[in-house]
Ligand binder design. Structure first.
Ligand code: ACO
Ligand code: OAA
Length: 367
């Protein structure tokens, strides 16, 4: 019998202590802490410390990590030169991939480490903000060492400090999306690391996977879908028409979750506060979508996923839709790097699966 498993569904290819997705119960665990039970209210450096080192930092460790992240934000000359050469209409994920690739260009193939993860985490935010300004014909704003990770990201975009609410909304988004066990992009990063590749290369590869509309690109696609739906009154008809035409409801369905994605619940609440108009349309579409999905796919429960409400939060913060996946990437750098380093620390072998030959047998056996 064929061992082929379409999309690697259910195939276990790694062991981890970093995060667990319990898709039956709708639980996401970061290092033993349930995200939904308060973990998400921590800030990015606290969560990074938790994911990288296995526990929350002490006050001194947190201050040290914040200082290190702040000191590594500036882009190097190679990344600045790459920025200057980018067309303003480039997809921001292409820009992020290019800028981090340039920032990490150097001799050889150093082994991935958490120290490198800190540099990439700091610079992903800077690269994103720099391209946001480049698109608008504006020069980069240099990072401000006094500001925290999330606040500084918005500051580098706008050149002025965001409000406390804006920082709280962005921080929540960055923390809630920081890790998700062996997501497709995380697996990509791990494959690069397993072959001895360096961490910059692994992160650039992961960004390439995250870009697709079935993964991080779904935030922008879900937001466009909601714009097409238009009004709460139109939601029901819109959903039915889309499914009748064989379309997919973006921001719904998941490989692991057979129940509501716990992150969507948290982000829905943030969205309601940050962007009530978006939330109103989204809620009406969600109600119709969950009803129709349950009716049409009784054998395969599909619920709201992490990407559905995210666009409401990110657009309220000033990100253009094609930047949404970039913000996701800037958050997920933490998780990607944690998994690559963990895999190698466990002596991870090169990941090299098999394909099954389904072509014709050779006409004659050359013997
Ligand atoms: C951060 C993230 O990556 S979260 C996911 C973001 N992606 C999206 O929101 C895009 C929309 N969702 C999807 O395309 C899928 O649900 C995925 C890619 C997330 C998961 O894919 P898979 O686990 O391979 O599920 P698959 O595509 O086989 O779907 C299973 C069944 O449910 C249906 N289904 C799943 N999701 C949806 C959806 N969003 N809209 C309509 N139908 C859906 C499929 O048509 C399929 O039906 P069938 O068995 O009759 O053919
Ligand atoms: O884990 C997955 O398959 C996709 C996902 O939700 C994520 O990366 O956050």
């Amino acid at each position: 019998m064929s061992a082929f498993q379409s999309g690697l569904e259910g195939v276990v290819v790694a062991q981890t202590e970093i995060s667990e997705v319990d898709g039956e119960r709708g639980r996401l665990i970061y290092r033993g802490g349930n995200l939904i039970e308060g973990v998400w209210q921590r800030n990015v450096p606290e969560i990074a410390h938790l994911l990288w080192y296995g526990r929350f930092p002490t006050a001194a460790e947190l201050a040290d990590l914040e200082r290190v992240l702040a000191s590594r934000r500036a882009l190097n000359p190679a990344a600045r030169a790459a920025l200057a050469g980018l067309p303003v209409d480039a997809d921001p994920m292409d820009a992020l991939r290019t800028l981090l690739s340039a920032a990490g260009a150097g001799p050889g193939c150093p082994s991935p480490s958490i120290d490198q993860a800190k540099t990439i985490t700091a610079q992903a935010a800077t690269a994103l903000a720099a391209f946001w300004r480049h698109r608008r014909g504006l020069p980069p704003v240099e990072p401000c060492a006094e500001l925290g990770h999330a606040e500084n990201l918005l500051y580098m975009m706008r050149g002025e400090r965001p409000t406390a609410d804006e920082v709280r909304w962005l921080e929540a988004y960055l923390v809630i999306t920081a890790d998700h066990a062996l997501s497709p992009s995380t697996f990509t990063a791990q494959i690069v690391g397993s072959a001895g590749g360096d961490l910059w290369s692994a992160i650039v590869a992961a960004i390439s996977t995250l870009k697709g509309p079935a993964h991080g690109g779904a935030i922008a696609a879900a937001t466009a879908m909601l714009a097409d739906a238009g009004t709460p009154e139109n939601a029901e008809r819109f959903v039915v028409d889309l499914l009748d035409r064989g379309g997919r409801l973006m921001g719904f369905g998941h490989r692991e979750y057979r129940v509501y994605d716990p992150r969507a619940r948290l982000l829905g609440a943030v969205c309601r506060e940050a962007n009530p108009a978006f939330h109103e349309v989204a809620s009406a579409v969600e109600e119709a979508a969950l009803r129709e999905l349950a009716r049409r796919y009784p054998h395969r429960p599909n619920f709201t996923n992490v990407d559905f409400f995210a666009g409401g939060i990110l657009s309220r913060l000033g990100f253009d839709p094609d930047f949404f996946a970039c913000v996701f990437a800037a958050a997920r750098v933490v998780g990607w790097s944690a998994h690559v380093v963990e895999y190698l620390d466990r002596g991870g072998r090169i990941i090299s699966p098999k394909s099954e030959w389904i072509g014709p047998e050779p006409a004659s056996d050359p013997g």
